[in-house]
Design a protein around this ligand. Structure first.
Ligand SMILES: Nc1ncnc2c1ncn2[C@@H]1O[C@H](COP(=O)(O)OP(=O)(O)OP(=O)(O)O)[C@@H](O)[C@H]1O
Length: 607
């Protein structure tokens, strides 16, 4: 039998278009063809299991071969095969009508790059790399004649009878001269590793099975041990540190989704890695760009998601609006929050031990997802400078009595750097106040969120004001200095400091407090932080010098001494006291430091 025909399509040649627009992704031809082979294999298995096919199944491996001399790539399977009629029906008509529609739409549409994916051109992706494609196939059905189909990428095809003993299909690609890279074995191996690593049927290349047909996400959690999860993580990300914990996703309704998400060990903000989650559809790798499929903050997790319900061949904007994608988003978020709740409740010690690794993730989630916030507010932890952890509720109970100001506002104090802000942390501790450590990049946003969410609560950095003003109580502080003395003292300091960005004020601090306290107002610092990270339209503020408040402790003996000192000595002592304040905050450097050291030596010398 020989038959020649024209493929029913109005456009002369669609392949140049396919080729052009799938350009960046040419390698997916292999994924499409191997998946087809796997599908055909699974179909014969099913037919056999229900007794529709009574013959031997034989070795069901899918085999990929590259022959550089013959310039061919062959994908062979022992699946259900096709009769000549079926080729005409499934390959010629269906695919070509899809392609014809594609061309029509392509002519109209603006977003051409996004169009191609909307059509299941599966088999025809072969023409991205081949200038002639052949199918040699024998159906599982008895008494059918094997067929040999050839097409050169035009709309003409030929079908002749073939000789083929075994059931199944060989797809032979005669590789085009501009696609010779695909004749390199290493290239093919890389592509197979990327897309076919977990296909459900064994795939052989160069005598080796390249895939794991039963990845653990397809199994029931009850069948799996901790080791299995860790081993699989290692398989996905060789050389990575072991994950902290994981979630096995498994849902049939209202959508179908399986997968395993791992919480990686995150050492610091800079190490955050997105795009580590791999997306599969029935064990076929699709992409590791899951941006529109999982919520942004969950992209910090690692692992796999497998769902035939995610419409993979559609454009991004469509994906975002898709209702099953939204449901999937909600489901995953809930699962992750539930898992964290479970660990928190069952094993608080483990939860605390891992907090450094997961806090960025939890905070990011709370900031970006209201539903996640609602669950996480019960397990998010605050750590104080002593290394103790508290939930929001626990911390409120701890601080409320002592840290509520005269207006009933609970003031939580925090430090971003225990070493640099040590003097202030100590001053707070001396008052019996507790100080939180909020020192990661995300914490400035987290602080803002807490203030919005928690009632009557303010957060202040411990060095943003003098201790009395950080949390203003109703008690009146007496000053031992008269108003004129205060004025004099202020002038002396202003002259000694001689810097417009230092606002000098004389305040009645406790005699035990430092003689001079330099603070950077909370408001000012937040504005500057905001402008640095590009938010709030405050760009100009980033370039402004820091403006500090300098509190001169009216009740400190040094300041009383200054007023009594000889004229030429007044400024010297004031400058020395100011420099000591700078020094305690790591702010003294350059010529000011040199002058300070010299002055100090002179002072000791005089004693
Ligand atoms: N190796 C094969 N063995 C048997 N039938 C095959 C084989 N390859 C393709 N077919 C048949 O040709 C049809 C068209 O394949 P094609 O890859 O174009 O689309 P598809 O697999 O149906 O969808 P998709 O766009 O998701 O790949 C298949 O549905 C199948 O019936």
């Amino acid at each position: 039998m020989e038959e020649r025909g024209n493929i029913s399509i109005h456009t002369e040649n669609i392949f140049p278009i396919i080729k052009k627009f799938l350009y960046s992704d040419h390698e997916i031809f292999l994924r499409e063809l191997v998946s087809n082979a796997v599908d055909a294999t699974q179909k014969i298995k099913r037919l056999s299991s229900i007794g529709e096919y009574k013959g031997e199944l034989g070795d069901l491996k899918v085999v990929v071969k590259v022959d550089k001399d013959a310039r061919t790539i062959t994908i062979s399977d022992r699946g259900i095969g096709m009769t000549a009629e079926e080729i005409k029906k499934y390959i010629n008509q269906i695919a070509f009508s899809g392609a014809a529609e594609f061309v029509e739409r392509y002519k109209e549409a603006g977003e051409q790059n996004q169009i191609i994916g909307q059509f299941g051109l599966g088999f025809y992706s072969a023409f991205m790399v081949a200038d002639r494609v052949e199918i040699v196939t024998k159906s599982y059905k008895e008494d059918t004649v094997p067929a040999h189909w050839t097409c050169d990428g035009s709309t003409e095809f030929a079908i002749v009878d073939a000789r083929k003993e075994e059931r199944g299909t060989n797809v032979i690609l005669n590789v085009a001269s501009d696609s010779e890279e695909f004749l390199e074995k290493e290239r093919i191996r890389t592509i197979l590793n990327k897309y076919c690593k977990f296909l459900p049927v064994e795939v052989e290349f160069e005598g080796e099975v390249i895939n794991n047909p039963n990845p653990i996400w397809t199994k029931q959690p009850s069948e799996l041990t901790e080791e299995d999860y860790k081993k699989f993580y290692n398989e996905l990300y060789p050389f990575s540190e072991a994950p902290l914990f994981w979630i096995h996703l498994n849902v049939d309704y209202p959508f179908n989704l399986t997968g395993i998400l791992y919480f990686p060990k995150i050492k610091n903000d800079f190490e955050l890695q997105r795009n580590k989650i791999q997306l599969y559809s029935r064990q076929v790798f699709i992409t590791d760009e899951v941006k529109d499929v999982v919520p942004e903050f969950l992209m910090l997790l690692h692992g796999v998601i497998d769902s035939p319900d995610i419409p993979l061949n559609v454009s991004r904007s469509f994906l975002q609006a898709d209702s099953s994608v939204k449901k999937i988003n909600t489901y995953i978020t809930k699962k992750v929050a539930d898992k964290l709740t479970e660990i928190f409740k069952k094993d608080r010690a483990t939860f605390e031990n891992n907090w450094d690794d997961i806090n960025v993730f939890v905070k990011y989630g709370m900031l970006s997802d209201e539903k996640f916030y609602e669950k996480a507010k019960d397990f998010v932890l605050l750590q104080n400078t002593e290394g103790k952890y508290y939930t929001l509720e626990e911390y409120k109970n701890l601080t409320q009595a002592n840290q509520t100001d005269k207006n009933g506002q609970l003031t939580l104090l925090y430090t971003t750097d225990v070493d640099k802000q040590h003097a202030f942390v100590e001053a707070a501790h001396n008052r019996g106040y507790d100080v939180l450590k909020l020192d990661t990049l995300i914490d400035s946003h987290f602080i803002g969120m807490l203030e919005q969410k928690l009632e009557k609560t303010t957060l202040k950095r411990v060095d943003s004001d003098t201790i009395d003003k950080l949390i203003e109580k109703d008690e009146l502080k007496e000053s031992v200095l008269s108003d004129t003395e205060k004025e004099d003292l202020k002038k002396i300091y202003e002259q000694a400091i001689n810097n417009q960005n230092m606002h000098v004020q004389v305040e009645p601090l406790s005699p035990d407090d430092a003689p001079v306290v330099i603070t950077l107002p909370e408001f000012m610092r937040r504005m500057k932080d905001m402008s640095r990270t590009g938010g709030g339209g405050m760009m100009f503020m980033g370039n402004m010098p820091d403006t500090y408040n300098v509190a001169i402790n009216a009740n400190h003996s040094i300041n009383q001494r200054i007023l009594k000192a000889k004229d030429d000595n007044k400024e010297r002592i004031a400058r020395q006291a100011f420099d000591l304040a700078l020094l305690s905050q790591n702010m003294l450097s350059g010529s000011a430091l040199t002058a300070f050291v010299k002055r100090s030596v002179d002072l000791i010398d005089k004693e």
